[in-house]
Design a protein around this ligand. Structure first.
Ligand SMILES: C[S@@+](CC[C@H](N)C(=O)[O-])C[C@H]1O[C@@H](n2cnc3c(N)ncnc32)[C@H](O)[C@@H]1O
Ligand SMILES: [Zn+2]
Length: 199
């Protein structure tokens, strides 16, 4: 049995156990539907006040090693069949573990990133809670900032994640707000080098 088959088998067992729980089903605040940002998104079905815990990001706790295999496998699957848009729903729990959110009853996996979000994620122990950071109107898309950082080993890798959040403050790429000044510096540097090459 290879690594992936072993992981799939363990996951099927865990998913079967999770299917007995009803958490996140018939959530009173949200629904999943097509999003203008990317494929599916999560939308408010009612007005929601600031500081409301609207849902939990659920998943199976996996090691970083398992996470890497999962990511590699998804990329390979997509390369073999570009019409297969199966996403990777990995939530970074801490420096040792992630959550594989690709399980039933985890609508939070469909929350898209925004540079001007209306929610925040709070990791309390192993629970990942999604909170509103302002009042939200019915039918607004629920978003949070994914908090991606610039990879020191591959500083322009952020360009593989262009942002389509559509907000006035959109930084152009999916990155934590703290990284925006560094991102701008890097883009300016790249632009200067390109101009120098052309002259
Ligand atoms: C956790 S999924 C979110 C749900 C996704 N829309 C779906 O239907 O599977 C994360 C993926 O959604 C896409 N995505 C999320 N926010 C985005 C944004 N602001 N701009 C562009 N793509 C985004 C990216 O492809 C990202 O890898
Ligand atoms: Zn954006």
């Amino acid at each position: 049995m290879n690594e992936m088959t072993l992981m799939d088998t363990t996951k099927q067992q865990t998913v079967a156990e999770l299917e007995h729980t009803n958490e996140n089903q018939h959530n009173e605040y949200i629904e999943v539907k097509t999003s203008g940002i990317h494929r599916h998104g999560v939308f408010a079905i009612t007005d929601i006040p600031k500081d409301t815990k609207i849902m939990t990001y659920r998943g199976i706790k996996i090691t970083k090693e398992e996470s890497d295999i999962l990511l590699k496998n998804t990329i390979e699957r997509h390369k073999r069949d570009p019409t297969n848009h199966a996403g990777t729903y990995i939530f970074e729990l801490d420096e040792n573990f992630d959550l594989d959110g690709d399980i039933p009853n985890n609508d939070a996996k469909f929350i898209n990133h925004s540079c001007e979000p209306n929610c925040e994620v709070d990791v309390v122990g192993e629970e990942v809670l999604i909170y509103t950071t302002r009042d939200i109107k019915q039918s607004e898309e629920i978003t949070y900032n994914y908090g991606f950082e610039i990879d020191e080993k591959d500083i322009y890798d952020f360009k593989t994640h262009p942002c389509k959040c559509g907000s006035k403050r959109c930084a152009g790429y999916i990155l934590a707000e703290e990284e925006w000044p560094k991102m701008k510096e890097l883009l300016e540097k790249e632009d200067m080098l390109l101009k120098k090459d052309k002259s």
